[in-house]
Design a protein around this ligand. Structure first.
Ligand code: CTP
Length: 435
């Protein structure tokens, strides 16, 4: 029996759905450390609720380890009270408390696998479209639920397992519907357009008719463009980290949000087919961004990366893959010598090459695989030190000698120290005659 607290009078009502207490059901689903953390998190009594994605996913029967709590009393004080209990359970060394007084939030971390987020119930006011909200607290549970994005995310679970569902989220979960709580939701926070698409893709849900209309109005009104590059990037990154990014990307295209993220972004059937093929690979935002951008050409890929403030490997891999696709792919022929392959590919790192390989068809894919397996790691036994021993001084001719040596080794023309030294001596004699 799922107990639901009605929005109007907080009475418990019973849904027709099953007969399992939701909190017990959740505890049974969690790994042991999370279960212990949850029990401690709720141990202070009745004014703390589990909220957000974990409650939604619990109802859907999906795994989720994000222990997010809302507290009707100040959350920082609550977390401070809980700290000794966590220290006792998990050891003082393992437990860390971080407080954000401006937001009335606190995080209890246990090692690097378990964390609990506590937020004081709050209201949010948006000074202007796409502004970061001004937060006021404390607030009622109803108000805290009312600041949220979709009904399915406006659910709270009490310590005794009662579901607080003021906007009909449970019904929408059952019907597979994404419904915002008010007409201005997408204008206040345009990231919700992308969030909505992400949930629609992940759960195979549809937008409720008004919600779809408000989303379209907010898009046409250009509100998405008011978001900072970083906030757009964060939302795109979350789509790219989904198990099936192509579903989210196809929906972004359908709702004309892909070009709202960046005008260069394109989507077509071929890209849609490429993602599933590559999804066995290590799923990462960097790899999936590389797939999304690979046909744009290196210059445009770089522009997207820079404009959306992707950095580190999330910038490097996509640009490298776009360059490989644009400039290297047309030159990949079966009769290339190893040294030629080396010259084409050696400046690219393996993570970029792996994505590139997955994008290619045979025989090109095999050629890149051959480079990775057989060519990239093969080096002459002699080095610059040996050239110095042979009387040469560092400089351009010196580097050329080493490059010639590598080519000869890669192409199997010479093998072993002796042969390499003979080769070098010949080259020196031919190309660098003594003055
Ligand atoms: N939330 C919101 N509007 C946003 C971001 C978050 O209303 N722009 C609320 C929702 O209630 C959401 C909760 O904050 O459920 C937690 O946000 P987040 O962790 O980003 O999302 P989850 O719903 O947990 O989704 P996911 O499963 O992708 O982590």
């Amino acid at each position: 029996m799922v107990n639901i607290i009605n929005e109007n009078n907080y009475n418990l009502i019973n849904s027709a759905d099953g007969d399992t207490n939701l909190m017990r059901r959740l505890e049974a689903m969690l790994p042991s450390d999370h279960r212990a953390g949850l029990e401690l998190g709720l141990s202070s009594g009745g004014s703390v609720y589990l909220v957000g994605g974990i409650v939604r996913d619990l109802v859907l029967g999906r795994a989720n380890l994000d222990l997010d709590f809302v507290s009707l009393t100040p959350a920082i004080e609550l977390a401070r009270q809980l700290l000794p209990r966590f220290a006792q359970q998990f050891g003082t060394e393992a437990v860390k408390l971080t407080e954000h007084s401006a937001f009335g939030t606190a995080r209890l971390e246990v090692g690097d696998k378990l964390h609990l987020d506590f937020a004081t119930a709050r209201r949010e006011i948006y000074a202007h479209p796409a502004a970061l909200p001004t937060v006021t607290f404390p607030a009622t549970l109803q108000e805290d639920m009312g600041r949220r994005d979709f009904t399915i995310n406006a659910l709270a679970l009490s310590p005794s397992g009662d579901l607080y569902d003021p906007f009909g989220g449970l019904q929408d979960l059952r019907a597979g519907i994404l419904r915002v709580l008010h007409p201005r939701s997408f204008i206040d926070d345009p990231t919700r357009m992308i969030r909505g698409v992400r949930f629609a893709a992940r759960f195979d849900f549809s937008f409720e008719a008004h919600t779809a209309k408000w989303l379209e109005e907010a898009r046409v009104g250009g509100y998405f463009g008011l978001l900072s590059a970083e906030r757009k990037r964060n939302e795109l990154r979350l789509i790219l980290k989904e198990i099936h990014p192509a579903k989210g990307l196809a929906l972004l295209e359908k709702y004309k949000l892909l070009t709202a993220l960046h005008p260069f972004l394109e989507w077509d059937e071929q890209l849609a087919a490429t993602f599933p093929r590559t999804s066995q690979a290590d799923i990462s935002a960097a790899n999936n961004l590389a797939i999304l951008l690979h046909k744009l050409g290196a210059a445009r890929a770089e522009q997207v990366v820079n404009d959306l403030r992707f950095a580190g490997i999330e910038g490097e891999i996509p640009i490298a893959v776009a360059r490989l696709w644009e400039t290297v792919r047309p030159q990949l022929q079966a009769n290339l010598k190893n040294s030629q392959l080396y010259n084409l590919l050696h400046e690219y790192n393996f993570p970029a090459l792996l994505v590139f390989e997955l994008l290619l068809d045979e025989p090109e894919r095999k050629i890149v695989g051959h480079y990775r397996d057989e060519v990239a790691g093969r080096k002459p036994l002699l080095t610059g030190d040996d050239l110095i021993r042979l009387g040469q001084k560092p400089g351009p001719p010196f580097c050329q000698l080493l490059a010639d040596l590598r080519e000869a080794v890669l192409d199997g023309e010479i093998a072993g120290r002796e042969a390499e030294e003979t080769f070098l001596r010949q080259q020196i004699a031919q190309k660098l005659p003594q003055k």
